[in-house]
Design a protein around this ligand. Structure first.
Ligand code: TRP
Length: 336
């Protein structure tokens, strides 16, 4: 990685010397300067699986942080932002383009985006953002010393903490529905924890995995008829179709526990979640470090551990749930 950038810099250096020489010879200074600034401006490719409020918050926060560190889109860096629009198949051509254009840095927001980026290059530095379980996703094998060309931030959540909260709010839960996209590893690993939790606590889990966003309404309806509550992890397919799902479950009077604050804001009942603006800032700091020449393989993965309770009082009112005082005392209220 280092060698690659140094090589690039020295190539750029050689080019500048040649241009100045040519300018001196032809007496044409302007041309030389134009080319000079083109050569110096790094290009950053940002790839995101889909646009939903949480991922958009993360991206905005990364760009703000980069600007604070002197990397301003259109001034000191060029940003090429691409969304795969919830189609995993779109990720490959996006990342192929980033790789074949030999961009200086790829920022991959979400697990599917990070997996796709890594699939296209082992050379270009990649900073991932909000990858729930980088090990299960096989993005790297060591969180402290990633090696290779990739590192980033994780938003690991605890199914156990969210389920404990769920049982504090609605103690009569016996059967819990699991609504998630089974092709998102970020969700699969949290659902595995949910199954273990259920087994330990004598609950049963009914699963209605989907393959894409067109299936979510049917799954939500199915689970509403079978479960005391429904749980969705930090699933991108669910997050991008929250209005339909929360309306279905709220109309049926079924408590819907979710994996992220944005999903509470979009009609879910409650979660224990992290702050994605902070996660974006930390991702932006890593991206700036790499643009300044640090090898990503030497930067440990940062897992945001500080979680807070988020609740939606409108949803609670609609389904007839009253939050216990202990929850209210510690919760941030969203969706108002
Ligand atoms: N953690 C998710 C992933 O690994 C991405 C994500 C971030 C997300 N914030 C979210 C998903 C909020 C759903 C809701 O892909």
């Amino acid at each position: 990685m280092k060698t690659r950038m140094n090589f690039k810099k020295s190539t750029a250096g050689a080019l500048i010397v040649m241009l100045i020489f040519a300018a001196l010879l032809t007496g044409c200074g302007d041309n030389g300067e134009e080319n000079n600034s083109d050569v110096d401006m790094p290009t950053v490719g940002i790839v995101q699986i889909v646009e939903h409020p949480s991922l958009d918050t993360i991206r905005a926060s990364i760009l703000t942080q980069l600007a604070e560190e002197g990397f301003v889109d259109g001034e000191t860096i060029t940003v090429d932002y691409q969304s795969a629009q919830n189609e995993q198949a779109n990720l490959k051509p996006i990342c192929q383009k980033f790789a074949s254009n030999n961009y200086d840095l790829i920022i991959a927001i979400s697990t599917p985006a990070a997996q796709a980026a890594l699939g296209e290059t082992t050379e270009i530095p990649i900073i991932f953002s909000a990858v729930t379980d980088p090990l299960s996703a096989k993005i790297l094998t060591n969180l402290d010393t990633p090696g290779g060309n990739i590192t980033g931030t994780s938003d690991a959540v605890s199914a156990e903490m969210i389920m404990d909260l769920a049982r504090e709010i609605t103690p009569d839960i016996q059967t819990i529905g699991a609504l998630y996209n089974s092709s998102e590893i970020n969700s699969v690993s949290v659902i595995e924890d949910l199954r273990k939790y259920a087994q330990t606590n004598g609950l049963s889990v009914v699963e209605a995995p989907v393959m894409n966003s067109s299936e979510v309404k049917q799954s939500a309806t199915f689970l509403a008829g079978k479960c005391d509550a429904v749980f969705s992890p930090i699933d991108n397919t669910v997050a991008s179709t929250m209005p339909i799902i929360s309306q279905t479950l709220n109309d049926a009077g079924v408590p819907f526990y979710v994996g992220a604050d944005s999903m509470v804001n979009d009609g879910g009942l409650a979660t224990y979640g992290i702050n994605y603006t902070i996660l974006g800032q930390e991702t932006g700091k890593m991206a700036a470090q790499v643009l300044n020449g640090t090898d990503p393989g030497t930067i440990p993965v940062l897992t945001i551990k500080d979680v807070k309770i988020y609740i939606n009082k409108n949803t609670a009112a609609q389904i007839g749930v009253t939050f216990p005082q202990a929850v209210l005392d510690n919760a941030t209220v969203l969706g108002e």
